[in-house]
Design a protein around this ligand. Structure first.
Ligand SMILES: [Zn+2]
Length: 345
């Protein structure tokens, strides 16, 4: 941390904006509304801009259950999507929804933050027809699983090697997805599930938020062969800022530990396959205590929430990366895969 922070004086003359490929704040916006909590969206939007984020993939739905708000069910998901879209349309917030390639091409734009809907886990999808229905209401990023198993595939948050791959329905769904203008996200999926999926599809995928298992040996992180396989398809791997998965110890990880994950992927497959998927959950602190998962709260030292995300850029600059390479890792790599996956207009 100290050495890197000393080097942070090497500032970028034009700081590129950051494409953050994973934020749970979509779920949280609806949860606050349903639980009649004081809305924090205005503050969040300010933090996002302060952090240098120019695109935020907001997860809503999927496999999360926040108290009585069950994002696995169709009615909740559809109501939540409408509610979140309306909340984000307040022009004072500076958000702009990205639904197609043209929307994406207008970004990054200083003072504006692009956003789009993702599902974390495909639990609300019970038939292939559902895919198009959710697409119609704005779903643009789909991960197949969350932490556990569902009707589509097995989640990787278990001992490595124990998880299965895609189910029969999962295989049908992935084949259908290959023709759909939706970004395919393999975060949380088991190794076998990733390989099953790559066999069935013909376009680049992302792993929106993960760490490298060679650096920190937790089942949630991905091994080198998965990194290579995703990169071989032109895909991008987003490194998260969740301390528990970045180092073996307790508490916040150091910036060096964060950087080790990024550099491991860079050394293995090149910087064109690396991005950032922060997965900050500071706003869910009380829920993590109640769920008995307080170990997942610490982030990276000095990077407690999204308002500090630009430390990522300073860290890379301090390490001596070329500004074009930093721009690729900050924005262009994810934008490339999104451009290949989103509808034309
Ligand atoms: Zn996740």
């Amino acid at each position: 941390m100290n050495q890197i922070h000393a080097n942070i004086q090497v500032s970028l003359s034009h700081m590129p904006l950051i494409f953050d490929s994973h934020s749970d704040y979509g779920c949280w916006t609806y949860y606050e509304d349903q639980m009649r909590l004081a809305p924090s969206l205005t503050e969040h939007a300010q933090r996002v801009q302060a952090g240098g984020i120019g695109m935020e993939v907001l997860v809503i739905g999927g496999q999360s259950v926040l108290d009585e708000v069950d994002f696995r069910t169709r009615d909740t998901v559809l109501t939540a999507m409408q509610s979140v879209r309306m909340a984000l349309s307040d022009p004072c917030l500076g958000y702009t929804q990205v639904l197609n390639r043209q929307d994406l091409a207008r970004l990054p734009e200083p003072g504006r933050v692009g956003w789009t809907f993702g599902f974390e886990g495909a639990a609300p999808i019970t038939s292939l027809d559902d895919l198009w229905k959710y697409h119609e209401v704005g779903l643009r990023v789909l991960s197949l699983t969350h932490a556990g198993d569902n009707d589509i595939a097995c989640g990787r948050d278990r001992e490595p090697g124990l998880g299965g791959g895609l189910t029969a329905f999962g295989r049908e769904l992935v084949k259908a997805l290959d023709d759909l203008p939706i970004v395919i996200d393999l975060a949380h999926l088991t190794d076998r599930g990733v390989m099953d999926t790559l066999e069935l599809i013909n376009r680049p995928v992302i792993i929106s938020h993960t760490g490298a298992r060679a650096v920190c040996d937790r089942p949630r992180n991905i091994p080198d062969d998965i990194i290579r396989s995703v990169a071989a398809r032109g895909g991008v791997i987003g490194i998260f800022a969740v301390g528990y998965y970045l180092h073996d110890g307790e508490g916040a990880a150091t910036a060096e530990a964060w950087l080790r994950h990024i550099e491991h992927v860079v050394e293995l497959v090149g910087p064109e396959h690396v991005g950032l998927g922060t997965d900050f959950t500071d706003y869910m602190s009380e829920i993590f205590d109640r769920w008995h998962i307080p170990h997942l709260k610490p982030t990276v030292a000095g990077v407690p929430d999204c308002s500090h995300t630009k430390v990522f850029l300073e860290m890379l600059a301090g390490r001596g990366y070329d500004k074009h390479v930093i721009g690729d890792m900050a924005w262009k790599n994810f934008a490339r895969v999104y451009d290949a996956s989103l509808p034309r207009d």
